[in-house]
Design a protein around this ligand. Structure first.
Ligand SMILES: Nc1nc2c(ncn2[C@@H]2O[C@H](COP(=O)(O)OP(=O)(O)OP(=O)(O)O)[C@@H](O)[C@H]2O)c(=O)[nH]1
Ligand SMILES: [Mg+2]
Length: 237
């Protein structure tokens, strides 16, 4: 299996099946064997049933319902651990992350271990909100200077990597919390000297549903995540 695409969902009934259809469409013309893993945290809007029923009997779409645990980062790690692909793609399920980049992400990880989408390299951007674009850019500067990160977008969460890079790592030390996990992920990978390439991405508007991001709480959390790393209160090993 070449590729596992992890789709974490919480109340994404409006978009998830359309996204899976589009991924199918895009990958149809590429010689990539793939599986799609939807990890739902018991969404009240019935996301899990909507996906499970639509793709019942299709071995390429695997649906997982987590009833006890909740949270974006642990859902992603759960998906990674269930996956069979040599490469993994993680993306939002609301069309913020354009699926048309998937073939490029897969191809370029033949040369680099991690391909991370960035809104802040030439060609990148955000169609969604000017305020969030600038806010996130300023925050990324803070991350960049505090942790000496070479990557320009440490909050993107749309990426592809060779699964082997997680071998022998205590991945649960990275994959907890919300978008802050991505700061830990990129920081750890940079420290371990895994080659990372950034690919420009333009975020699109979310398709239906509601945002799960509480901007104020998240900024607070990201701020302290960075300080914890900086002052050695978080270590991978
Ligand atoms: N399994 C799982 N998925 C989650 C959880 N929280 C968020 N997600 C998913 O994580 C992705 C990102 O969440 P969003 O609400 O889109 O966050 P955002 O992109 O910052 O906000 P928008 O700009 O409104 O799209 C989406 O695919 C969500 O469905 C969670 O607790 N569990
Ligand atoms: Mg989103």
């Amino acid at each position: 299996m070449n590729l596992s695409i992890i789709l974490p969902t919480y109340n994404e009934r409006d978009a998830i099946n359309a996204l899976i259809l589009e991924i199918y469409d895009i990958l149809d013309s590429h010689p990539i064997t793939f599986e799609i893993l939807v990890v739902d945290d018991n969404s009240p809007d019935g996301t899990y049933l909507a996906v499970a029923e639509k793709w019942k009997g299709n071995p390429r779409v695997k649906t997982f319902l987590r009833e006890k645990e909740k949270g974006l980062a642990t859902a992603i790690l759960y998906g990674i651990r269930q996956s069979e692909g040599d490469k993994v793609i993680v993306m939002d399920t609301d069309f913020n992350h354009p699926p048309k980049l998937i073939p490029l992400l897969v191809n370029i990880t033949d040369y680099f271990e991690i391909a991370s989408c960035s809104r802040y390299v030439i060609g990148g951007g955000m169609e969604t909100s000017r305020f969030r674009y600038i806010g996130s850019k300023v925050f990324n500067k803070y991350i960049h200077y505090t942790l000496k990160m070479q990557t320009t977008d440490n909050l993107s969460g749309y990426y592809c990597f060779r699964k082997g890079i997680l071998n022998d790592l205590p991945a649960e030390k990275i994959f907890f919390g919300y978008g802050d996990y991505y700061i830990r992920f990129l920081y750890a990978m940079q420290r371990l000297k895994h080659p990372i390439i950034e690919i420009p991405v333009v975020y699109k508007d979310r398709l239906g549903g509601l945002s799960k991001t509480n901007l104020k709480n998240e900024l607070f959390r990201y701020f302290f995540t960075v300080l914890r790393i900086k002052f050695g209160l978080w270590k991978l090993k």
